[in-house]
Ligand binder design. Structure first.
Ligand code: KIV
Length: 246
């Protein structure tokens, strides 16, 4: 699984990925927000629909933004069903553990597939105080395992495990019924996810758990520099780009 926010990126990733995640990380990656707390339903619906239009094989999962599901199972159903209707996506993802298990049960028993997200949950940054690795104390590690089991028991069809010590991800993967998808977790998870722009090398600074599989930032800069040079020295547009009378 990789994140996708736009139709062209979805088209490029679709043949290679089983799932595309329209993550609320789009708040930072696309909109330059400091964190995901300000991401709206409208943003998720617009980008979710674009990604669905660009995917033919992969299942598209849309993140529920902060504030759209926590108040009650009913609130979650209204917003999750809106996202599925407006985007055509296959499922929604939401962050949280035990407290949200009744919500996941409410959604899944009413026809809405839910991917869970445990461990480091970025929407809770104002409580967590940052994006550091979770589960360093035995108590916190146990609490994350309990969250994961609660989500699986509530009917989540898969779960993201983010930013935890490796032994926690391994224990969860062994204990839960659904597939696990790691990010900063363990190669022993059933799958992996990364923010596409991170792994493509669009950004200079990325979290420790990211491996850059490309150098997109440099490619973009090289192309833009060559374009600007061509415009300034009038080598662009050249004969191949111009319309001539026949
Ligand atoms: O919002 C997001 O992109 C995510 C992934 C990093 C798992 O939740």
């Amino acid at each position: 699984m990789l994140t996708a926010y736009t139709v062209r990126m979805a088209q490029l990733m679709d043949p290679h990925c089983d799932m595309l995640l329209v993550g609320d990380s789009l708040g930072q990656v696309i909109y330059g927000l400091p964190h995901t707390v300000a991401v709206t339903m409208e943003m998720m619906a617009a980008h979710g629909a674009a990604v669905v239009r660009g995917s033919y094989h992969a299942a598209v999962i849309v993140d529920m933004p902060f504030g759209s599901y926590e108040a009650s199972p009913e609130q979650a159903f209204v917003n999750a069903s809106r996202l599925l209707k407006e985007t055509g996506a296959a499922a929604v993802k939401l962050e949280g553990g035990k407290v949200l298990a009744p919500t996941v049960e409410f959604l899944t028993s009413r026809g809405i597939p839910v991917m869970a997200h445990v461990g480091l949950t970025p929407q809770a940054v104002n409580i967590l105080g940052g994006y550091g690795v979770r589960g360093k104390s035995p108590e916190e590690a146990q609490s994350i395992v309990d969250d994961a089991i609660a989500m699986s028991d509530a009917g989540a069809f898969a779960m993201v495990i983010e930013g935890v010590l490796e032994h926690i991800a391994i224990e969860i993967t062994q204990k839960v019924a659904c597939p696990t998808i790691g990010i900063g977790a363990s190669a022993q998870c059933d799958g992996q996810v990364l923010v596409a722009e991170d792994m493509l090398g669009l950004f200079d600074r990325v979290p420790k758990f990211v491996k850059k599989f490309g150098n997109m930032g440099v490619s973009v800069e090289d192309a833009v520099r060559a374009y600007a040079t061509g415009v300034r020295d009038r080598s662009f547009p050249g004969p191949d780009q111009l319309y001539q009378p026949v």
